[in-house]
Write a protein that binds this ligand. Structure first.
Ligand code: ATP
Length: 265
């Protein structure tokens, strides 16, 4: 059997003696769209950073196509893996088009100017994220939701095999939440493996092939959305009773009632 596209196993990480990741593990296959969910502070960003090679765990392994991630040459890794951070802060006053073009940097070398393939990737990413009309705008002047979509476009312009996206729909209006999830879904049909941090369980249920529920730094459940998003499990992990609304074979999850103290505190 071939190795998964990305695999993290037994990842442990502590800050000042406080456990943030406790034997966390996740796999991601080619063409899979996997939702990473869990309460604030559960360790989702930390896990994503470990999987991206941005943070070294105290123990455990991360492999890309079966090879240790830290052995993959940085330039090759930058071509294959795109990481979309939770923060949408941008400090450089570049135009939107230039920001998205930065996604092509791993594919260029000092002796080759950007070519047709680069231009195509940039145009496609601008269009997919609905920001082509903003191309001449300076990115620091954009609204939060506009900026978030520009940063996703930069990640997609890489044309990576693997996208690790930390809350790409945070701060987006309903139209653009659906647009972004559709873009991720489309990426999957073209073979891109995506691990996406989400707080919206309805989006996770509707778009993801699989959902990984993180709680207190460990994986509480990993499986198809219908198996993971069970009322009793959600109550235990989130400390919230969810209303579930079923319509046309889909399930919507509405946070309804807090059941006690914050389960991560
Ligand atoms: N550099 C750090 N030093 C100390 N503690 C940290 C550090 N980075 C993260 N933490 C702690 O680790 C825990 C997990 O943080 P992380 O950002 O991974 O959570 P998360 O699941 O992504 O949360 P959220 O949903 O709020 O984004 C939190 O309790 C956080 O306070």
């Amino acid at each position: 059997m071939s190795a998964p596209l990305l695999e993290g196993r037994g990842l442990r990480l502590s800050y000042s003696g406080r456990t943030v990741l406790a034997e966390a593990g996740v796999t991601l296959g080619h063409g899979e769209l996997v939702g990473l969910i869990g309460p604030n502070g559960a360790g989702k960003t930390t896990l994503l950073k470990c999987l991206a090679g941005l943070l070294r765990a105290d123990a455990g392994t991360v492999t890309l196509d079966g090879a240790a991630l830290d052995r993959v040459p940085p330039r090759l890794l930058a071509r294959r893996l795109a990481y979309l951070a939770q923060s949408t802060a941008v400090h450089w006053p570049l135009t939107v088009e230039r920001v998205v073009a930065l996604g092509r940097l791993p594919h260029l070398d000092p002796w080759r100017a950007p070519g047709a393939a680069d231009a195509t990737a940039i145009e496609r990413a601008l269009a997919q994220c609905g920001v082509a009309h903003l191309r001449e705008r300076v990115v620091t002047t954009l609204s939060g939701g506009e900026r978030a979509r520009v940063l996703l476009a930069r990640a997609l312009a890489v044309e990576p095999d693997l996208l690790l996206a930390d809350e790409p729909v945070a701060g987006l209006d309903p139209y653009h939440q659906l647009q972004v999830m559709e873009v991720l879904r489309q990426g999957s049909t073209q073979g891109m493996g995506t691990l996406v941090v989400l707080h919206d369980l309805t989006l996770a249920a509707r778009y993801c092939d699989r959902v990984v529920l993180l709680s207190r730094g460990g994986v509480a459940a990993d499986g198809p959305p219908a198996e993971v998003l069970r009322p009793a499990l959600l109550e235990a992990v989130y400390g919230v009773r969810m209303l579930t609304l079923e319509a046309g074979g889909a399930v919507a999850y509405v946070p309804w009632e807090r059941l006690g103290r914050d389960p991560e505190s």
